[in-house]
Write a protein that binds this ligand. Structure first.
Ligand code: ZN
Length: 154
């Protein structure tokens, strides 16, 4: 396992990332989730398990993200879980596109930045290109989980 130092983010963004690491939101496992996916990055040992419960209208009624690894994946997973509740799966796919666009420097489209909430703090990670993967791993789990669910629906 290569020894990768954790990043240091300063200022407000750094505090927000640290706060999510120390107090992860929505990290309690769900019973009988409708959507579930796990992703692993052997490079830094990051791992995330993402779960969703849907209500009868297809809206997320419960979200859980359990993660381990560096501060960036833990913050990103916590922010993602917090923003998942109340959205439909297509809305989550759109949100994921925006986060990917933000991290890869393509922009977030028509979406107001405020819609990304605390995730805006992850922009600071772009100065550490190797960490962009860490920030995006939870979103890969979201995309895989949603695709598997939609494929099952036919
Ligand atoms: Zn990482």
């Amino acid at each position: 396992m290569p020894d990768v130092p954790d990043v240091t983010l300063e200022g407000l963004y750094g505090q927000m990332v640290l706060d999510h690491c120390r107090n992860p939101r929505n990290n309690v496992p769900l019973d009988a989730p409708d959507v579930e996916a796990e992703e692993f990055n052997p490079f830094c040992g990051d791992r995330v398990i993402y779960q969703l419960k849907l209500d009868q209208w297809g809206r997320v009624s419960g979200a859980s993200a359990r993660s381990e690894g560096c501060s960036i994946i833990r913050a990103s997973a916590s922010m993602m879980a917090e923003l998942s509740t109340g959205r439909t799966l297509p809305e989550l796919q759109g949100l994921s596109d925006s986060v990917r666009g933000m991290m890869q420097g393509r922009g977030i489209g028509d979406r107001p930045a405020a819609d990304l909430g605390d995730l805006n703090a992850l922009q600071a990670v772009r100065q550490y290109p190797v960490r962009i993967k860490c920030a995006l791993l939870p979103w890969t789990a979201l995309e895989v989980g949603v695709e598997m669910f939609l494929a099952r629906q036919g």
